[in-house]
Design a protein around this ligand. Structure first.
Ligand SMILES: [Zn+2]
Ligand SMILES: [Zn+2]
Length: 466
């Protein structure tokens, strides 16, 4: 098998993730992300880097915006590609893109390519799930070759063999998948975003562990030597909530709407059921409600720690954006779990935090990675009662603050364990900052000097014979 690989986004960073793989003439594009911050040409996958290379199939690994936010742009540019995702991912497309359209209304998009946003309109939202084939885990699909070498009556290339594509549970969020391509006895795996150990709701990934010829693997936590365990973080969260409630305050937990909110809801409800924290009113946002329904839809078909567990069984109150500044949580000890996770300006968590910051007996628990450009990052650096700048505005924090790490990405040792189990001939390190990919590369080469380890650059072509 001959392959060519090219990154169209997300090389050396977690950006507009998109990876092109050509397998014996069959072009596959994996993911089409939107960069979390940039709104220039690098905000979307750089399709023009492909030149004349064909794209026959588009594969979506999961529904986070850094993998899916460029989808309308791909649909406009590649209208004939076959589009495939797992069923939960397909169900999430419309909810996530509705939010992306909202984001673009707030941003300056003048530096994006001309016409790139033509399909980012509400009228298109119903169409995206329709054009996607929805598949289940572990069900191989055939991708037909479309090679041009004509071979008499069969119309097929003399050497053409079918390529098989299989989605495997990646354990990261509902529907997330690692995708495996097999042809001519060779195997290529793209992990997407992956979490090997269980979270509160989802069980860990179940990716095949046999030998791989080529592995493309995410490295988000590739530089992190001291992993935080779920158990320890859960205890710390219980202590924090008890401390704030003990002083008659409310707790604000800013979280990503997709994935983290559902996991944190489960953690908080487990703490309440175990008597580790009091039974308090829980508040969350409307977008999370729609996403939680999709989690529940697949309660019996996507593996989870507590089989069949329904998020809708947790007693919740949903907050409306328009009325949230008069919420009951300002007057009675409560837990508010709401997006955005990085307190992006204008988001519900950002607006609530403005009020929270001024109330001494309240607490904010920042739940995960904070990009240095975000208000969440500025908040994390702040000292109590010392003025700091958040979203370009001077402010002072009177409330309490704590940071928690419930990562939905594999730990460094788990990534290395998977690599050592599958012993790929060629390995591409993606979806990580330079420190993460460099640290992973050094450890792999020290243990397996014969492995071809590549940290791919944007738009660079890598040709391999497998
Ligand atoms: Zn993700
Ligand atoms: Zn990602």
């Amino acid at each position: 098998m001959n392959i060519e690989l090219m990154m169209l986004g997300g090389a050396g960073e977690i950006g507009a993730n998109s990876c092109y793989v050509n397998i014996d003439g069959h072009g596959v594009l994996i993911d089409s992300g939107l960069h979390p911050r940039r709104r220039d040409r690098e905000a979307l996958p750089q399709l023009e880097l492909l030149g004349e290379r064909p794209v026959h199939t588009f594969v979506l690994t999961h529904a986070h915006t850094d993998h899916l936010g460029g989808l309308p742009y791909i649909m406009k540019s590649l209208p004939h590609a076959r589009m495939i995702a797992t069923r939960p991912t397909r169900d999430l497309i419309e909810i996530m893109l509705r939010n992306t359209i909202k984001l673009f209304k707030l941003d300056d998009v003048s530096k994006l390519p001309a016409g790139a946003l033509d399909f980012y309109v509400p009228a298109m939202l119903d169409k995206f799930p329709v054009v996607f084939e929805g598949t289940l885990y572990n069900e191989p699909l055939k991708l037909q070759h479309k090679t041009s070498t004509y071979n008499g009556a069969s119309g097929r290339s003399a050497s053409a063999e079918d390529i098989t594509l299989t989605f495997h549970d990646a354990g990261h969020i509902i529907g997330s998948a690692g995708v495996m391509f097999e042809a001519g006895g060779a195997a290529i795996m793209h992990t997407g975003d992956v979490k090997f150990s269980p979270q509160a709701l989802l069980t860990g990934a179940s990716l095949p562990r046999h030998h791989l010829d080529c592995l493309i693997i995410e490295c988000t936590n590739g530089a992190e030597d001291k992993p935080h365990t779920y158990g320890e973080e859960k205890e710390r969260l219980a202590d924090f909530i008890n401390r704030i409630i003990g002083q008659d305050g409310s707790v604000l937990l800013p979280t990503f709407a997709l994935g983290k909110t559902q996991e944190v809801l489960k953690i908080v409800s487990e703490l309440m059921n175990a008597g580790k924290i009091p039974k308090l009113p829980i508040f969350t946002g409307g977008m999370s409600k729609r996403i939680s329904k999709i989690y529940d839809r697949y309660a019996h078909t996507v593996p989870r720690v507590e089989s069949g567990f329904q998020l809708t069984s947790i007693p919740l109150t949903y907050i409306k954006y328009e009325t949230m500044m008069n919420g009951k949580f300002f007057n009675q000890p409560s837990i508010v779990i709401i997006s955005s996770g990085m307190l992006n300006e204008g988001s519900p968590s950002y607006r609530l935090a403005q009020r929270w910051l001024g109330i001494r007996n309240f607490g904010i628990g920042v739940m995960g990675y904070q990009d240095p450009s975000t208000p969440g990052y500025a908040l994390l650096q702040s000292e109590r009662d010392v003025e700091f700048t958040m979203a370009n505005k001077p402010t002072t924090r009177a409330c309490e603050l704590e940071r928690f790490r419930f990562s939905a990405h594999a730990r460094r040792d788990e990534l290395l364990d998977y690599i050592f189990a599958t012993k790929p001939k060629h390995i591409f390190l993606v979806h990580g900052d330079p420190a993460a990919t460099a640290s992973m590369s050094a450890t792999i080469q020290a243990n397996f000097p014969e492995m071809n380890v590549i940290i791919p650059g944007l738009g660079e072509s890598y040709r391999l014979e497998l």
